[in-house]
Design a protein around this ligand. Structure first.
Ligand SMILES: Cc1cc2nc3c(=O)[nH]c(=O)nc-3n(C[C@H](O)[C@H](O)[C@H](O)COP(=O)(O)O)c2cc1C
Length: 452
C-alpha cells in the first residue's frame, strides 16, 4: 500500500475478448475485440474513468503455446503489436499509465530503450516496460534459434540488458536541451552522459537520441516469479506483476521480494507488488456466481484438455472430458504444476477431466474472487492490509462488461473505504504510483567527451 494508505491498480489487458479463456464465446463476447483498435482505446478510456494507475498489455512473440488443434480454438492468437496499441491509446487518454511487455532474451537494448522512451515522450511521461525473459520456449524459433536460451543465462542477459537500458535512458540530464535560438545552442554538453557498455552479452555506446519525458524515464515493471526473477525485481523493478492465488503464498512472496531490496540500497516502498486478480462481481453473490458458471460452461474441451495436458505433462487430447483423469505420478517433467493437479484429484474423489480443467482454467493461474462488491473489496482490503500486496492487476473476465462493473460497483466501495483515489494525483505514471525516479549507479556511464 502507498504512503497515502491507498492501493495501486492496473487493468490487465490480455487478448481474447476478456481475461477468461471462453470470453469470446459468451453471448456478449466480441470475437474480434483484439484487432479493433477503437474497442481497445474505449477499454483504456474506461479504465481511466476507473482511475486505474495503468493499462497493461501483455505480449507474446510466438503463436505456439500448444499443439495446432488446441491453438485453433485459442482466441488469443490474434492481437496488435503492443507499442502500436499504446501509442494510439496515449492519444486518447490523459492520465492512465501505459505498460507493455518486451523480452530481454531476443530484443536489442538500444532499440528497446528508444521505443519505450519514445512512448514515454508521446504520452507525456506515462510509459512503463514489463521486462520478461520469455518463458515460452517456442519464441526461440521466431528468431532462428533451434533451442531456447536456458533460464539462468536468460536472467544473466536480463540483468545486463536492464543496466544498458537504464544507462541509455539516463543519457540526458534535466536541462540538457537548451534549444536557444539566439545562440544557436541546442544541447548542453555537460549534461550529456554517454553510456559506454561492453559486457558479456551486449556492447552499446550511448547516448540515446530521445530526450527525457516529464517522468524522466519509463517505469520498470517485472513479471518473473522464480528466484532469479525475484532478485532482478529487487534490484531493478518499480512494479512487480505477481501471480499468487493464496493469501499466505502472496505474503511470503511480498516479504521475500521486499526483503531482498536492502542489499541494493533500495527502500521497500519504491517497489509496488501487484498480483493478478480475476473477479466476477454483480449486485448479488448469486448473480456473480451465475456469471462465473456461465463462462466456465463455455470452456472448450479442446482448450481445457490442452491446459491439463500442459500441466500434467501428458497428452490428454484424445480423452473424453467426462472420464476420470489418468493417474500420473508426480514427475520432474510435470514439476510443481503437475503436483497441484494431483492434489486436486486427491481432494475430490470421482472428479472428471472436465471438472478438473474448469478448476484450473478460471483465472489462468491468478487469484480469483467471486461475489458482491462488498465481497470483492473485502478480499482486496484484506490482502493489502495484511501485506500480501500493494494493489492488484485487475483481470476483467469479459470486455468491456466486467471493466464497466469495476467502475460502477467496485470503485465506489473502494473509495468509500478510503482505499482508493478519487482523482489522479499527478500527470505521470510514476507520480500516480507515488514513486521517485530511481537513482541508477551505472558504472560505465561516462561524461561526454570529444570524439576525434
Ligand atoms: C501478470 C503477469 C504478466 C505476464 N506477462 C507476460 C507477457 O506479457 N508475456 C510473456 O511471455 N510472459 C508474461 N508473464 C510470464 C513471466 O514473464 C514469467 O515467465 C513467469 O512469471 C515465470 O517467472 P520466471 O521466468 O521467473 O520463472 C507474465 C507473468 C505475470 C505474472
Amino acid at each position: 500500500m502507498s504512503a497515502s494508505g491507498q492501493m495501486k491498480l492496473g487493468m490487465f489487458y490480455w487478448p481474447g475478448g476478456g481475461q477468461h479463456m471462453a470470453a469470446w464465446r459468451h453471448p456478449q463476447g466480441i470475437p474480434d475485440f483484439d484487432v479493433d483498435i477503437h474497442r481497445i482505446v474505449d477499454l483504456a478510456k474506461l479504465a481511466e474513468r476507473g482511475l486505474f494507475d495503468m493499462f497493461f498489455m501483455a505480449d507474446s512473440l510466438s503463436y505456439w503455446r500448444g499443439p495446432l488443434e488446441a491453438m485453433s480454438h485459442d482466441a488469443s492468437g490474434a492481437w496488435i503489436e503492443p507499442m502500436a496499441v499504446m501509442a494510439t491509446v496515449a492519444q486518447h487518454t490523459q492520465h492512465i499509465g501505459l505498460v507493455c511487455t518486451a523480452t530481454t532474451t531476443y530484443e536489442q537494448p538500444y532499440l528497446l530503450a528508444r521505443r519505450f522512451a519514445g512512448l514515454d515522450l508521446a504520452s507525456g511521461g506515462r510509459a512503463g516496460w514489463n521486462l520478461i525473459t520469455s518463458g515460452n520456449d517456442t519464441v526461440a524459433q521466431s528468431f532462428g534459434h533451434a533451442q531456447h536460451v536456458e533460464k539462468s543465462k536468460r536472467y544473466k542477459m536480463a540483468w545486463e540488458f536492464a543496466h544498458v537500458v537504464r544507462g541509455l535512458w539516463q543519457s540526458w540530464q534535466p536541462g540538457a536541451f537548451v534549444r536557444d535560438k539566439a545562440s544557436g545552442q541546442f544541447t548542453a554538453p555537460e549534461k550529456l552522459f554517454v553510456l559506454e557498455h561492453a559486457g558479456e552479452f551486449f556492447k552499446v555506446r550511448g547516448p540515446l537520441i530521445v530526450p527525457p519525458s516529464p517522468q524522466g524515464e519509463p517505469v520498470m515493471v517485472q513479471a518473473g516469479a522464480s528466484d532469479e526473477g525475484r532478485e532482478l525485481a529487487a534490484a531493478t523493478a518499480e512494479v512487480v506483476f505477481a501471480a499468487q492465488q493464496h493469501l499466505e503464498n502472496s505474503k511470503a512472496f511480498y516479504a521475500d521480494v521486499k526483503g531482498r531490496m536492502a542489499a541494493y540500497g533500495r527502500d521497500p516502498d519504491s517497489l509496488k507488488i501487484m498480483p493478478g486478480l480475476a473477479y466476477f462481481v454483480a449486485e448479488t453473490r448469486e448473480q456473480a456466481q451465475a456469471d462465473f458458471q456461465e463462462l466456465q460452461d463455455l470452456i472448450d474441451p479442446v482448450m481445457g484438455l490442452a491446459l491439463l495436458s500442459n500441466r500434467m505433462g501428458v497428452d490428454l487430447s484424445r480423452c473424453n472430458p467426462d472420464d476420470p483423469p489418468p493417474v500420473i505420478p508426480d514427475s520432474p517433467r510435470g514439476g510443481s504444476r503437475a503436483q497441484l493437479v494431483n492434489q486436486q484429484i486427491a481432494k475430490n474423489p470421482g472428479i472428471t477431466l472436465r471438472e478438473l480443467y474448469k478448476h484450473f482454467a478460471g483465472a489462468r493461474g491468478h487469484g480469483i474472487v467471486i461475489g458482491s462488491p462488498k465481497d470483492v473489496v473485502d478480499h482486496m482490503e484484506q490482502w493489502v492490509s495484511e501485506k500480501a500486496c500493494d494493489g492488484f492487476n485487475m483481470m476483467p473476465p469479459l470486455y468491456p462488461r466486467d471493466l464497466q462493473r469495476f467502475v460502477d460497483l467496485i470503485m465506489p466501495e473502494l473509495q468509500r473505504r478510503g482505499l482508493y483515489r478519487t482523482r489522479y494525483e499527478g500527470t505521470t505514471l510514476r507520480e500516480n504510483l507515488g514513486l521517485r525516479r530511481p537513482a541508477w549507479p551505472v558504472a560505465d556511464k561516462q561524461p561526454a567527451r570529444r570524439v576525434a
